[in-house]
Write a protein that binds this ligand. Structure first.
Ligand code: NAD
Length: 242
């Protein structure tokens, strides 16, 4: 039983992670939020899970390094300077950073990359996502992550290949492009389907999130995997042995 310290513990993800820890019988060492001393929590923990804010990242990494404990970072909106800080910390402690801790999405991205690599350019790729009516951005970060996986499979740059939505006289579909479409409404937590559209046959790879507990469960699984690892920077696919 490991002691998990949660950074951003009062937030939506922090609370979901506390529940997920109880589900798998792991120990909640305590939480920290805005204004709290993270070093005290780090010293009382076997590892830290960070779902707070990019502003808090530097202090969180410093606390993890001072205590010599691994840290999993699920916070999104990180910039280049944050990734630089993570790379520095990873020289001293194990760090896993990911924008999506869902095990299902992690595996889906792997399958999409494989399919894109093997099916070739005569299979058109279109990514369709649905989210609740409150979501303010499109396409979703997960749709972009899946687009990146498809682009990697094809050895192209997503920035060059992507087509975001269509309206009016768009002309024929350009070969090799990766299309995105977004639906918004209701309370959908997040559905993603990557369509591979060939001549006379179609393949669809889908993931449906029912609530944020999947991210919490994946974060706990990632944290368990990170314990005892050598210092370095790790990714979610490695947690699944991919
Ligand atoms: P939230 O706003 O509900 O919770 C964030 C928590 O962090 C709050 O308790 C807040 O007080 C605390 N916090 C904010 N700034 C802080 C600071 N400077 N110092 C210390 N604590 C601070 O948000 P949420 O929905 O729980 O999401 C948290 C983060 O996790 C976001 O970046 C979100 O995008 C990301 N997220 C990642 C995944 C994933 O799979 N990796 C999934 C969901 C959310």
């Amino acid at each position: 039983m490991a002691r998990f310290g949660i950074l951003g513990s009062k937030g939506r993800m922090g609370q979901a992670i506390e529940l997920a820890l109880a589900d798998v019988g792991e120990d909640f060492a305590g939480g920290a939020g805005r204004g709290d001393d993270v070093t005290v929590l780090a010293k009382a923990s076997d590892l830290l899970i960070d779902f707070s804010s990019p502003e808090a990242l530097e202090a969180n990494l410093d606390a993890a390094m001072a205590a010599g404990v691994p840290i999993l970072i699920g916070t999104t909106g990180l910039e280049e300077r944050h990734h630089w800080l993570i790379d520095q910390a990873a020289q001293e402690i194990p760090v896993l950073q990911t924008g999506n801790t869902s095990l299902g999405v992690t595996l889906l991205a792997h399958l999409v990359r494989e399919a894109a690599a093997r099916l070739g350019e005569d299979w058109d790729i279109e990514i369709v996502e649905s989210h609740h009516r409150m979501k303010v951005d499109a396409p979703s970060g997960t749709a972009l992550l899946l687009g990146e996986a498809a682009a990697k499979g094809r050895a192209v740059s997503l920035a060059d290949a992507s087509v975001r939505g269509r309206d009016g006289i768009t002309g024929k579909r350009e070969a090799g492009t990766i299309g995105f479409a977004a639906l918004r409404g209701g309370t959908v937590a997040g559905d993603h389907t990557v369509h591979f559209l060939g001549d006379n046959e179609r393949l669809a790879l889908s993931h449906m999130a029912e609530n944020r507990s999947i991210f919490a469960k994946g974060a706990v699984r990632g944290g368990q995997w990170l314990l005892g690892k050598a210092p370095g920077r790790y990714t979610m696919p490695e947690v699944l042995g991919l």
